[in-house]
Design a protein around this ligand. Structure first.
Ligand SMILES: [Zn+2]
Ligand SMILES: [Zn+2]
Ligand SMILES: [Zn+2]
Length: 120
């Protein structure tokens, strides 16, 4: 297994410690950053959580239909994440696979300071 150096803590770790290998930060630093972000943005975090909960219930009620394909790359994925462009619009959902979702958040980072959330 090839090792990769984390740009944040400077430690060399196996590539499996980097989410999908696309991030330059190891998952320990990543988790740490998310925890800090959460503590500093409690109101936003609560909004994200409730937004996702409402979206999930809308899916259960059949108000939101889960597509087979990712809305960004058009490929079929067994696991698709519900992405919200605005957390004030819970049922306005974009379905993305893990990679497209991470990319989407990286793109919007300049506009909105937000971590890569696992489910939102
Ligand atoms: Zn690290
Ligand atoms: Zn995709
Ligand atoms: Zn998202």
């Amino acid at each position: 297994m090839k090792n990769h150096k984390c740009k944040e803590c400077g430690k060399s770790r196996p590539l499996s410690d980097f989410n999908g290998g696309i991030h330059s930060r190891c998952r320990i630093c990543d988790r740490d950053r998310k925890r800090k972000w959460r503590a500093a943005n409690q109101a936003m975090y609560a909004l994200m959580t409730s937004c996702h909960g409402q979206a999930r219930r809308a899916v259960e009620r059949g108000e939101i239909r889960r597509p087979k394909a990712c809305e960004r790359c058009g490929q079929n994925h067994r696991r698709l994440l519900m992405h919200h462009e605005r957390y004030t619009r819970p049922t306005d959902v974009t379905w993305l696979d893990d990679k497209c979702h991470a990319r989407r958040h990286m793109e919007s980072k300049a506009r909105r300071r937000m971590p890569i959330a696992a489910t939102n």
